[in-house]
Design a protein around this ligand. Structure first.
Ligand SMILES: C[S@@+](CC[C@H](N)C(=O)[O-])C[C@H]1O[C@@H](n2cnc3c(N)ncnc32)[C@H](O)[C@@H]1O
Length: 252
């Protein structure tokens, strides 16, 4: 059974996400490998159900991690997953579209599979810079130019109720925005990650929970499964043409 959510919610089906987000967890491992091991206070911006946060806590055993997310369900799932790290992790329910309510600045910010959900990256980078210590690291990965173009094509055929919902930037403008926000030593690059799924229900559940989450939330319950199936039927197969955009930068 597909787990669907109330319309217009910023909530996620965190239990299902935690189960199906193997690609995100795999990519996350590569991202946190770029983190300076000397960081002692790290923000995970968009921690989701905590699978990447967990890897982060294991990689930096001396660090305190602030796990931030807009979704209370995701934070509940992260809290359960990360219970054994009590004292080394704190949770913040906040929106990356607004100034971040951190009491102390952090040495590093990590973010995986999140910034494409946040509009206006120049403003986002300024908000992130405001909570970083001078010299602090920003290590992020999110959807970049060309990401899941097959989904955009399928939605255009069906009629997309949320056109332009995601921000999938080119590296050039993203680099410019980072420099303007005060970052230096900026590296930005695209990383194609074509990803295959098990056909049928596993692929449809992934689409409904992650990629088409907001689209299905707009529909009445009885139309959701058919919508996801009609998108899947327009794809070349049970796979997604993911393209990740990587950011490595340091605050001046
Ligand atoms: C695909 S999940 C990624 C979670 C985790 N980082 C991972 O890689 O598995 C995206 C996360 O970003 C969060 N998110 C999206 N927009 C946000 C915003 N404006 N403010 C805070 N969190 C946001 C969602 O609630 C969700 O938990």
């Amino acid at each position: 059974m597909l787990g669907y959510l109330a319309p217009m919610s910023r909530e996620w089906d965190a239990v299902t996400y935690d189960r199906v987000a193997d690609p995100q967890a795999r990519w996350g491992a590569g991202v946190i490998g770029r983190l300076d091991p000397a960081a002692r206070r790290v923000l995970d911006a968009g921690c989701g159900s905590g699978r990447v946060t967990e890897q982060l806590l294991d990689r930096l055993p001396e660090a305190h991690v602030v796990a931030l997310d807009a979704s209370a369900q995701m934070l509940d799932a992260a809290c359960r997953r990360l219970a054994r790290y009590e004292g080394r992790v704190s949770f913040v329910n906040a929106d990356l579209r607004e100034p971040l309510p951190l009491h102390e600045p952090v040495d590093a910010i990590v973010s995986t599979a999140t910034f494409h959900w946040v509009p206006d990256h120049p403003a986002l980078f300024r908000r992130l810079a405001a909570v970083l210590v001078p010299g602090g690291q920003l290590i992020a990965q999110y959807g970049g130019a060309g990401n899941i173009a097959s989904i955009a094509r399928a939605l255009a055929v069906i009629g997309d109720p949320l056109p332009g919902r995601w921000t999938y930037p080119e590296p050039g403008p993203e680099r410019r925005s980072l420099l303007d926000a005060g970052f230096v030593d900026v590296r930005v690059w695209l990383q194609p990650e074509p990803t295959a799924f098990e056909a049928g229900e596993p692929f449809e559940t992934f689409l409904a929970t992650v990629v088409l989450r907001e689209h299905v939330a707009l529909l009445p319950e009885e139309e959701r499964r058919d919508f996801v199936r009609s998108v899947a039927a327009l794809l070349p197969g049970p796979s997604l043409d993911y393209v990740r955009l990587n950011v490595v930068a340091r605050l001046r």
